[in-house]
Design a protein around this ligand. Structure first.
Ligand code: PAF
Length: 283
């Protein structure tokens, strides 16, 4: 496993692999890796010849009052996980390597970036789209792997790559959960013991929604109110949003049909947690 910090050396190494006909899989991350990331790396290992993992805490996607400085980092632990998952290259650049002095260009996916998390995190998805395009241009992968937990990010990245004619296949893999249902996230490390106990209500609320839909409920408002009630009764979490949206374009749905993405963001102390499920609605 090679650890590369410069774009020049990354390109050189990847060119050599490509020259010998190897296919490249790419897993972009901000590090502090967990089983969710491992599942992406494993899939890449099954699909392609060479797996590239990037670890870069991207300042552009953090708001001024957000947790950039305190975002959890543990490169040594990440290296061990990467080795275990047969990663070939870790790309671990500095901020200056990605955003050299004089950097001026940004990518913004209109509309999709302003919904859901975009409302309380203005600029966040512009930062994500910009860094993902840059990383994809650097790694030039055949396939890129993202997690369904960040559903809005996945929709935005797909759209950006499609709109800008970037020829990379994107695979979105299922959310990996703790045994009690909490979606794995690097930010779970911020939770106190009480918050961690209470945070299981998020998946419980999503499942309650699924059951309601299975039993015939089709009004989004009823489902959302039921979820909010459960979260408020069973935790001190502060709800940012709960919504039923179209899984492809994130538009708000009032009456459920076809494929519905149920998304939520709830703050538990320092941790702003997001989660979602996709439900197929039988007419
Ligand atoms: O999901 C993440 O970890 C980040 O948003 C990503 C895609 C690596 C871009 O910084």
């Amino acid at each position: 496993m090679k650890i590369i910090t410069s774009v020049k050396s990354l390109r050189h190494t990847i060119d050599k692999f490509k020259g010998s006909g190897k296919t490249i899989g790419f897993v972009p991350t901000m590090g502090f890796l967990h089983e969710g990331h491992a599942s992406l790396l494993r899939q890449s290992g099954r699909d392609v010849d060479v797996t590239v993992l990037s670890i870069f805490v991207n300042p552009l996607q953090f708001g001024p009052a957000e947790d950039l400085k305190n975002y959890p980092r543990d490169i040594k632990k990440d290296e061990l996980l990467a080795k275990k998952e047969n990663v070939d290259i870790i790309f671990y650049p500095s901020v200056d390597e990605i955003y050299p002095t004089g950097f001026l260009t940004h990518v913004y996916v209109d509309d999709l970036s302003d919904r859901l998390c975009g409302k309380s995190r203005p600029g966040h998805f512009g930062g994500v789209a910009t860094v993902v395009l840059k990383l994809v241009n650097m790694v030039d992968p055949d396939v890129m792997y993202l997690g369904q937990k960040d559903a809005q990010q996945a929709v935005i990245v797909r759209k950006m790559l499609q709109d800008l004619n970037v020829p990379v296949k994107v695979k979105i893999l299922p959310t990996v959960r703790e045994a009690d249902g909490l979606a794995m996230s690097s930010r779970n490390s911020y939770l106190s013991l009480r918050e961690r106990r209470e945070a299981i209500v998020l998946y419980k609320a999503l499942n309650q929604a699924k059951t309601l839909i299975k039993n015939g409920e089709r009004t989004a408002k009823t489902i959302v109110l039921g979820m909010a009630k459960m979260i408020q009764e069973e935790s001190q979490g502060i709800i940012d949003y709960i919504q039923c949206v179209n899984a492809q374009n994130l538009s708000v749905i009032d009456v459920l049909k076809n494929e519905v993405l149920i998304v939520l963001a709830v703050k538990f102390g320092r941790a702003r947690l997001i989660d979602n499920i996709i439900v197929r609605v039988n007419e």
